[in-house]
Ligand binder design. Sequence first.
Ligand code: AMP
Ligand code: MG
Length: 309
Amino acid sequence: MIVLPDADGLRRAAELLRAGSVVAFPTETVYGLGADAFSEAAVAEIYRLKNRPSWNPLIVHVADVPAARKLAASWPAVADELAARFWPGPLTLVVRRADHVPEVGAKTGGTIAIRIPAHEVALKLLEAAGIPLAAPSANKSESISPTTASHVMRSLPDVPLVLDGGPASWGIESTVVDVTGAVPRLLRPGALPLRDIRDVTGKLQLPDDVADGSARPSPGMSKRHYAPRARLVLTPEISDVPDNAGVLTYVDRPGAEVLSADPREYAADLYAALHRLDDRGVATIIVQAPPETEEWLAVRDRLSRAAAS
Ligand code: AMP
Ligand code: MG
């Protein structure tokens, strides 16, 4: 059921969470499927509903930095600096997990991923529930992330409650950075641009598949994720378009879904556009490949995974 995030809606959502159930809620990145991070059963329900592979760990959402530090065994200076600059916001930090904190879903070798979401409703919910919330995107595993409450309902009709906070402003998942080593390491490109992170950290280690700037995972490694129902084809040049295909581009083209040529605006609309194309029932979505620059890294990462079969 979709519920307005007024006092009554927030109270009901917090009660469900404290009782070990799941609730979908808006964040600035995408909608999350939240559960008590300390409850093994509640976390298991996230995996069951999403059909999420058991090896894929969850991000824990908290309301403030002291709550984040409580989950961590150690809190490096660079975590403090990144948190001060970007939290609340679309940056997830991977730190060493405190001994008293249980594994949140998948085994992670003693680390935990944490962020403070920059969304009034998410923050109010965290405050009302009074517990850290494990929350991946509120959709079936591998499919397109939800940027509206109705996307959540379509993908996960069994979720007992979805707080409706309107469309997500960033529309793409958080940037994940591991700060457990000597040099911060990018684990997943996302909403927060890398240049903003480097402004704080100086160095940032990139995974091999993005280090060359192509963000094209080698075929064997590329995991299908963020994928529409239709087959997605990425191409530098769009020429012939079959009748049962839809087109997604960032330059004017009749009949196409035309998104902004600005990477942040493009990312904000990307998942909604893929949902719309799926709703049209097209067999194939032909996507004009975005520029091979770092600002487009997160978008290219999502598109290349959506295109992987
Ligand atoms: P999602 O919530 O589905 O958007 O994805 C969460 C992302 O965070 C995935 O890429 C996870 O692999 C990553 N993640 C969560 N916890 C950890 C952790 N402890 N160490 C490394 N990556 C993590
Ligand atoms: Mg997801």
